[in-house]
Ligand binder design. Structure first.
Ligand SMILES: [Zn+2]
Length: 192
């Protein structure tokens, strides 16, 4: 069975058996928390379980590497909306060991794109238009440094209120163990 069809079949069963009832909550996070995490498949269930988060507890934003690649991109916007509209009062950036964005090779990604049918002329045209494809696809060399940098970008964003603690953590995709890289409380003494 194709993936979508299997998914829809499961969904029909899920809804008709009223499985959704135990997930009912509202849009405001009960723990007043927003989490930016990596999209890694190993973290789908492990991350919330390891952090003690259940449905309704947190706003969860995911992308490749738990990165804020641009101060005016959609991740930063999501975090600001979480803070100003959805009652998030703390932010956790959660990257992980063995991340696919660690030392990713942009050239290899683009080679794969060409192999999958994207014309090399398209890459040339994009570069000529000023799009820095290699920079855009670049990941990070060191996960701890990456977390520090992301926390710094979020914390010092001109629209982020100063009293929001922004924590930086690294999770083990094997055990779920969290390591604190940045303790956001240390930078926000006003809230203590
Ligand atoms: Zn990752």
């Amino acid at each position: 069975m194709r993936v979508l069809h299997a998914l829809l079949e499961h969904n029909h069963e899920f809804v008709t058996s009223r499985e959704y009832e135990k997930f009912r909550t509202d849009k405001f996070p009960d723990k007043n928390l927003a989490v930016l995490a990596c999209m890694d498949a190993r973290l789908v269930e492990l991350l919330p379980k390891a952090m003690g988060l259940k449905n309704g507890d947190a706003k969860l934003i995911k992308n490749a590497g738990a990165l804020v690649t641009h101060p005016w991109g959609s991740v930063m916007r999501s975090l600001l909306i979480a803070v100003y509209q959805l009652r998030a009062e703390e932010i956790c950036v959660v990257a992980h060991h063995d991340c696919g964005m660690n030392a990713i090779d942009p050239k290899q990604v683009l080679d794969n794109a060409v192999e999958r049918g994207v014309s090399p002329d398209t890459l040339t045209t994009l570069r000529a238009a000023g799009i820095n494809l290699d920079g855009w696809l670049k990941g990070f060399d060191n996960v701890e440094d990456s977390v520090r940098h992301t926390v710094d970008t979020v914390r010092h964003h001109p629209l982020m209120p100063r009293d929001i603690p922004v924590h930086g953590l690294v999770i083990s995709p094997a055990t779920g163990a969290l390591t604190v890289i940045v303790d956001g409380y240390a930078d926000t003494p006003d809230i203590l």
